[in-house]
Design a protein around this ligand. Structure first.
Ligand code: B12
Length: 210
């Protein structure tokens, strides 16, 4: 069934992909595992794009399907999660980058794990992060980015937080396809999270001491 789901996404068959995802959910499969398979499929499309075997519309379609399947699994994932708010996290995709599927998964998982999350969207300039830190008062800031050019935007964002005198008030984590510990060092962030759950674990460590 997982193969069917991955194949449907790669073949851009949205109806079949939604059907396969729904069947897996109805069978009681782990929603996180379903999302992970979708991610695998989107990666295959990404690799085809890289080799020139498919183009931007296909990339957009794959992204759209992942978004739709995320919406499908979200209600199932929220069941059984605690609702007590344990801290505040500010999330956004850095300037110049419009990828938000991963960021939305992180936002959702943080929310479901008891954090109050303010998501300020995509292509967010450093100053907007600074203003949101001032108004929202988060303990953690999550920067998402999938493009190589996002490295510089992440650095500029951390620098702006520094210059505003807010750096010691927040922990900053970065994530997204092209990110790594090296980028974390370059940007001056506190941590790199390889996936959404790693971000939740970090936020819990930083805020709750858990
Ligand atoms: C879908 C997609 C798009 C969609 C985005 C739709 C959307 N709403 O997001 C569209 C079609 C719009 C798009 C556009 C472009 N894209 Co694009 N895209 C992709 C693709 C195929 C998948 C990305 C994705 O959603 N993955 C699935 C999610 C779930 O994974 P994720 O983002 O990594 O998130 C997970 C973790 O990383 C983590 N995470 C993410 N963020 C954060 C943040 C924090 C704080 C934490 C803790 C964790 C965390 O949590 C998530 C779940 O675990 C990738 C290929 C790939 N293999 O990644 C290319 C890719 C990222 N795109 C690429 C490119 C080049 C572009 C364009 C420049 C193309 C163009 N010529 O116009 C434009 C960029 C526009 C812009 N200014 O941003 C390149 C980037 C290359 C590079 N080195 O810079 C890639 C790698 C494709 C490729 N192989 O060439 N793209």
């Amino acid at each position: 069934m997982y193969e069917k789901l991955v194949e449907a996404i790669v073949k851009m068959d949205e109806d079949e992909a939604m059907r396969a995802a729904k069947e897996l959910l109805d069978k009681g499969d782990d929603p996180l595992k379903i999302l992970e398979q979708c991610r695998k499929a989107v990666e295959i499309v990404g690799a085809q794009f890289e080799k020139g075997e498919c183009f931007l519309p296909e990339l957009m379609m794959a992204g759209h399907m992942l978004g739709e399947i995320s919406n499908l699994v979200k209600p199932v994932m929220s069941k059984g999660f605690e609702v007590k708010r344990i801290g505040k996290v500010l999330m956004g995709t850095v300037e110049g980058d419009v990828h938000d599927i991963g960021k939305n998964i992180v936002t959702f998982l943080l929310d479901a794990n008891g954090f109050e999350v303010m998501d300020i969207g995509i292509d967010v300039p450093p100053q907007k992060f600074v203003e949101a830190i001032k108004s929202f008062g988060p303990q953690v800031v999550g920067l998402s980015g999938l493009l190589t050019i996002a490295y510089d935007s992440m650095k500029k964002t951390v620098d702006a937080v520094n210059e505003a005198g807010l750096r010691d008030k927040v922990k900053i984590m970065i994530g997204g396809g092209q990110m790594s510990d090296k980028v974390k060092e370059y940007a001056g962030a506190d941590a790199y999270a390889k996936d959404a759950m790693a971000g939740v674990v970090l936020a819990k460590q930083w805020i709750g001491g858990k």
